[in-house]
Design a protein. Structure first.
Length: 107
């Protein structure tokens, strides 16, 4: 199944928010179990449609984070659904692009 028109539209909205300077929490990256829990528990407090806060707390970027072997992008994240171009971690559930990233990236 490909990306739906509603997701395509929201993906554009998210891109615009990030391009127009939405401040997001890029660091600390969530590498430890404790750091992941901290970010995820904050995301769980949000309303499902509070996209802006989701982007801010998860630290979304329009480019991969890091370089070379350390590069983190949605396309290599365990939560990324390729055909739908969708992030399926329950606390986000957002349409994304393969080159985007966030600080709870997981391989
Ligand atoms: S959790 Fe993974 S797929 Fe979802 S936005 Fe973050 S990097 Fe992308």
């Amino acid at each position: 199944m490909d990306s739906s028109p509603a997701d395509d539209s929201l993906r554009i909205e998210i891109k615009t928010l990030l391009e127009t300077g939405l401040k997001v929490e890029l660091e600390p990256r969530a590498y430890t179990h404790q750091q992941i829990l901290e970010v995820v528990s904050r995301l769980q407090e949000l309303e499902d449609n509070d996209y802006q806060s989701k982007l801010q707390i998860a630290g979304f970027t329009l480019d991969p984070w890091g370089k070379g072997d350390d590069e983190q992008a949605c396309e290599t994240c365990m939560y990324y659904k390729v055909h739908q171009k969708f992030c399926e971690i329950p606390e986000l559930m957002l349409p994304v692009e393969p080159e985007w990233s966030c600080r709870i990236w997981r391989i």
